[in-house]
Write a protein that binds this ligand. Structure first.
Ligand SMILES: *[C@@H]1O[C@H](CO)[C@@H](O)[C@H](O)[C@H]1NC(C)=O
Length: 628
């Protein structure tokens, strides 16, 4: 019995484990005594302790002058990074650590001595209270702390290690870690080559005299507490220990790819599948049975009788394809939604195939950005065709707005969030050069492609409608309250949201708490379920709306599809309440900003799915009846 879930888990998680056999990530062979570089990345807030809560959302540069970490001679040098890696907050520099393969095993060594003034001590203590962690990289592997998963009792590597200690007796007097015990695991594929296959760091706080020879006393009996009233000096020390390991280079990431609680992913999956089965049953019952009954009744009516009367959705056959309000806006939203949809789909496929391995830092974000830009053509095409189908006339305006407005809006939001990051002194702010690259990608690739797509979309023209639109609009009878757009959106959003919220928790945790996310198999399945649910729910709803003789279904189907966005916002606030304790205003504004951004993207994607699915269903529905 147990082997079936285990097997399925292996299949679902396979891409993550396999990710490193792919080309582009060739192993680096060292000889004995060769220099092993240690790079430092930005400091990030970390989840630690028994009841972890994230206390900040702001990253700091390692060489932020207030931290006073030891700098390499000649000053820190920035390392080249990919676009996605920069966007996701990586800021990688070199470091003064002198590490040579298999040398100085276990020797306590001084790094440097720095003077910390009162102001800086306060800054550092505040960061320790906020559970900040150091992030180092050795040979592309992140330095980790060894932890034990409380639920499964398995050992795993937790990314990053603490800047200081603020637990227990240190709650009010945080201790700064100024000694690092670095354990480097190496593997020997052949007698004279060595490969780095694991990096663990145990930080320690060593108080007492900071002037004498390095002590490397890691017992923790005499911690270093920074005084916030006066200047003091701090000696940084480190010790490198080499441990031989059986782990071959190809699987060296496995220890890092710890999936917290795979059971919850399964629960999520079963939950989503349950929702889908329930929905499909409902839809097949309602749509297939009553629609085919309706169609038979409509088509079998004896035409010789004068008193024949229409009822139900057939009544509005002369109205269903009447141009809705704001056809331009609706088509632009669908176009941009289709562009995002394709991006999400292709990115998930890439992730499933294992291309987006964590060893390629930032590859996920890079692939997303590039896909989005190149799918500009899809956006333009869909927007132009929807616009023509809705009876819009001003094709150029449609093409122009589709290509420019949405990127500009996203860009403005990002720019504002960036301003907050800059004022907060965070390193997470996107540098100017990267901003220029993004603008170039959007307005240099996406927009022209969108224009080309619009051209072809207009050429193909609108969808041919099976029934004609009457000259004079019908009166709309008052509809029940649950068919009002907002109520309907809120109600119907529950189902796709319900199918996804467990997975959403993990996605939010990986976004905000820099927990690594590798369960792409689960994510892809969940995304498929959400798409299916959204489409079904809006088709169902559109059917109800038409039966109530309310023919303005276009905007309604978009809202009903996008209804999950409201629930995402609600869930985001709940997550804030239970998992975050953001003290600084900038962290709060950032969180709200990111949340709105996520909800907006979700609204566009699911709204488009709902609208397109309903359009398809309505066209099918009215093709089936005989109109005289
Ligand atoms: C380094 O020292 C540790 C113990 O201090 C030992 O277990 C390990 O084998 C040593 N490594 C080498 C390469 O000598």
């Amino acid at each position: 019995m147990r082997s079936i879930p285990a097997f399925a888990a292996a299949v679902l998680l396979l891409p993550a484990a396999n990710a490193f056999y792919l080309p582009g990530a060739a192993p680096r062979d060292y000889v004995q005594g060769e220099k092993v570089d240690l790079f430092v990345n930005a400091l990030t807030p970390m989840l630690t302790g028994a009841n972890p809560k994230l206390k900040s959302l702001i990253n700091y540069d390692y060489y932020n002058p207030k931290f006073h970490f030891c700098e390499p001679s000649g000053g820190p040098k920035k390392q080249p990074e990919s676009l996605g890696s920069i966007l996701f907050g990586d800021r990688i520099f070199n470091s003064p650590y002198d590490i040579k393969m298999l040398q100085d095993n276990g020797t306590c060594r001084p790094l440097c001595k720095v003077d910390i003034i009162a102001d800086e001590a306060k800054f550092i203590n505040d960061r320790i209270r906020e559970d900040y962690a150091l992030n180092w990289l050795v040979d592309g592997l992140p330095a980790a702390e060894m932890k034990v998963d409380q639920r499964t009792k398995e050992e795993f590597y937790d990314l990053g290690f603490n800047l200081g200690n603020n637990e227990g007796i240190h709650q009010n007097l945080p201790a700064l870690n100024n000694h690092y015990d670095i354990v480097l695991k190496y593997h020997k594929p052949t007698p004279d080559t060595y490969r780095v296959v694991g990096v663990l760091v145990w930080p320690a706080s060593v108080g007492g005299s900071q002037d004498g020879p390095p002590a490397c006393d890691i017992t923790g009996n005499n911690p270093l507490v920074l005084k916030e009233e006066s200047a003091q000096s701090v000696q940084y020390t480190y010790r490198v220990t080499w441990h031989e390991s059986d782990t071959p280079w190809a699987t060296r990431w496995d220890n890092y790819l710890h999936i917290f609680d795979p059971k919850i992913h399964w629960f999520s999956l079963v939950n989503s599948l349950f929702i889908v089965v329930f929905l499909c049953a409902m839809v097949s019952m309602i749509l297939v049975r009553s629609v085919s009954k309706d169609i038979n009744r409509y088509n079998n009516v004896d035409l010789s009788e004068d008193v024949q009367e229409d009822w139900g959705w057939k009544l509005v056959h002369g109205e269903v394809f009447r141009t809705p309000r704001f056809p331009l806006l609706l088509s632009v939203l669908s176009g941009n939604g289709a562009q995002l949809c394709s991006m999400v789909g292709v990115t998930l496929v890439f992730a499933l195939l294992g291309f987006l391995s964590p060893s390629n830092r930032g590859s996920l974000a890079t692939v997303m950005m590039v896909c989005w830009s190149f799918f500009g053509g899809i956006g333009g095409y869909v927007s132009a065709r929807v616009y023509a189908s809705l009876g819009g006339q001003n094709r150029r305006k449609n093409a122009f707005i589709t290509a420019t407005v949405f990127p500009t809006l996203i860009f403005i939001i990002m720019f504002l969030l960036n301003l907050f990051l800059i004022t907060a002194g965070s390193s997470g702010a996107v540098p100017f050069g990267t901003m220029v690259a993004i603008v170039a990608l959007w307005f240099g690739i996406s927009s022209p492609l969108s224009a080309i797509g619009s051209y072809f979309g207009s050429k193909h023209g609108g969808i041919r409608h099976p029934v004609r639109v009457n000259q004079i609009p019908r009166q709309i009878p008052p509809s029940p309250f649950y068919l009002k757009p907002w109520v309907a959106a809120l109600l119907s959003g529950i189902l796709p949201f319900g199918a996804a919220f467990v997975e959403l928790y993990f996605v939010l945790s990986s976004l905000f708490a820099s927990r690594a996310y590798y369960a792409f198999g689960f994510l892809a399945l969940t995304a498929g379920v959400v798409a299916l649910t959204t489409a079904t729910v809006s088709i169902l709803f559109t059917y109800f709306v038409l039966c109530a003789e309310e023919y303005r279904w276009q905007w309604r189907s978009f809202f009903v599809g996008g209804g999950s966005a409201f629930w995402i916002i609600a869930y985001g606030l709940f997550y804030w309440g239970t998992r975050l304790s953001l003290d600084s205003t900038s962290s709060r504004i950032l969180y709200i900003g990111y949340l709105i951004l996520i909800a907006l993207l979700d609204f566009l994607v699911t709204g488009t799915i709902g609208f397109v699915a309903s359009y398809w269903a309505v066209t099918r529905l009215y093709t089936a009846i005989r109109i005289d």
